[in-house]
Write a protein that binds this ligand. Sequence first.
Ligand code: MOS
Length: 726
Amino acid sequence: MGAIGQPVDRRDGPAKITGAARYAAEFTVPGVVHAVLVQSTIAAGSVVGIDTAAAMAMPGVLLVVTPDNALRLKQQKATAQTVAAPTLQDRSVSYSGQHVAVVVADTLDRALDAAAHVDVRYAPGAAVALMDQALDRATTPKQFRGGARPPDSRRGDPDAAFGFAPLQVAQRYATSVEHHNPMEPHATIARWDGDALTVWTATQGIGGAQKTLATLFGLEPERVRVICPFVGGGFGSKGNCWPPAILAAMAAKMVGRPVKLVLTRKQMYTSNGYRPRTIQTVRLGAHPDGTLTALRHDGVTQMSKGDFGEYSEPTGLASEMLYAVPNNAVSHRLVAVNQGFPTYMRAPGEAPGVFALESAMDELAYQAKLDPLELRLRNYADMDEHDDKPFSSKKLGECYARGAALFGWSKRSMAPRSMRDGRTLVGWGMATATYPMNRMPAKARVRLDAQGHVLVQTGSQDIGTGTYTVLAQVAAEALGIPVEQVRVELGDSSFPPAPVSGGSMTVASVGPAVLAACRKVRDAVLAAAAARWQPVTPEQLVLDRMVVTGPAGRVPAAELMPAGFVEAVGEAKPGDEKKHASLHSFGAQFCEVRVDPDLGEIRVSRFVGAFDAGRVMNAKTARSQAIGGIVYGIGMALLEETVVDRNLARIVNPNVSEYLLPVNADIPDIQTILLDDADAMSNPLGARGLGELPMVGAAAAVANAVFHATAKRVRELPIRIEDVMA
Ligand code: MOS
């Protein structure tokens, strides 16, 4: 049996649990000095003066960077996907916590102390704290999806169809600002050697960081080396090259020493994005039998003030294709507020968008007096009606059936408040999951030596998902080598380039590049064997466990490597599959909650997720992603909310004690089913990616279970005790 699919243990596990794995802040760079950020205490206005004399007079202080003395960067071009956040280039302030100065000293303690003595004077302006205060000022995105498509879409006439529909749902749903909260804070060490820059930085994309830093400092990309062998989680927050990394490089250049800048947990709430708040209106029209005639999904999401680019949370995209419905429209709007810059967070768009859609579907099920799963089946989309294309592969029906069977869904009684365990209210809810298949070009280098050891190098990164492990499995299977003999090196921009670890695309992008490199290596060995055995052709030969076997006999591969090794760089990129098909993953989420009828305490007591994400590359890391996604969804449903003071426009819970994250006691036994059905159109490995899909729909399944338990329909997340108390 090949290595792909096996539940291979995480290769980076031992290094992580013994502390041997080095994260960005942990590299030893001789002569390093320490930088500390000074952050704005106002949310709008400008800095009118910064007195640095007291700080500069303190022991060990080397430099205070302010908007007055900061290096002028080459203009960072904002795109729809990359926000060019403020980097001390002017005195304007657009949110509380914006960086207004950087103090550099010989020790961290001295830098912290001096930072407290930088005297910043402000001219405060009027701030819009919350999106809800400015909904009348919504604007249309200018660069939705990077300009790849318009922010609105329509087929048929949903408004007319809605008016005629015997069954109608029209409701407003809202989700809160959420922060990613990876365990590892953002950290950068920057060192200049002449005009060459090396940064050790916590990032999901070493290639993007290299390009951004090269652009800002006016360097050729080859002059910037980005190193990041381990990442302690990112969830989207480490996708862009954010200001702290840029400011560390700037300070290092100004002070002429290597500089280390590590964010505090509190600074993690103001320096690297967040999931924006959403307010969404979903309207569903249906025949009495529950079949949809109209679907309209209008989403408004929060954006930051200031001329720093645009990020739109694409709340409506799943609503375009998830169900069969002849009349459909979605729209996306933005409201600018004086908060930091939003960004993508695990399943951006789908996570809040499918919460709204699948809550509305549950409401329709009750109007139609239909089991919620039966309603989904009656509206099953056999093709992507938005793209007008067949799905490359869609096993959602099997997800529904197998998930429902494992959960025991058929035993559900329809009426709310009809299931109890003693005095505890029990509720069962379900929802659909979907996430698009993403892929980008990638390259990888593979070396096979005469002893049968394989080295894989690629400029990808393992953000905790299992990239090290899965790429080793790909190489092992392709070269017929035990997986233990494969070493994978990631996280160095001097390796062949690979895309950002985002959009659940790493396996689908980088895996095929490793496969291509392995095939080149194998073909070189086979060609050498064929040359020896003429007229035998390489196609007649097999390389397995370092032996080439063919009609003329067997030869050790080592004898075919005069240099002692064979090495190749492989490249893989998407073809035209998206011209012919719609490539999406799917899943079904089933949740049981228990609610105390007197206290309103909500406990998730069971969860089943069944997912079709194409081929499963590693049964263990895949299950881990599925569980992690569901946990993220439970957090979204019941706990997570960044609270902003409506007067000061300042985050009041920037810490992990008051920003509630799910802990073990909040999470029940989660059962997962992974269909493991290769999608031949998706890429040569047949895997569609699993990082984000399992989060989608999870929050709706919880909210729908809460309705079933309590008869309270809660349309704003997180659901609180007071929402379900009579
Ligand atoms: Mo993910 S939000 O694409 O890092």
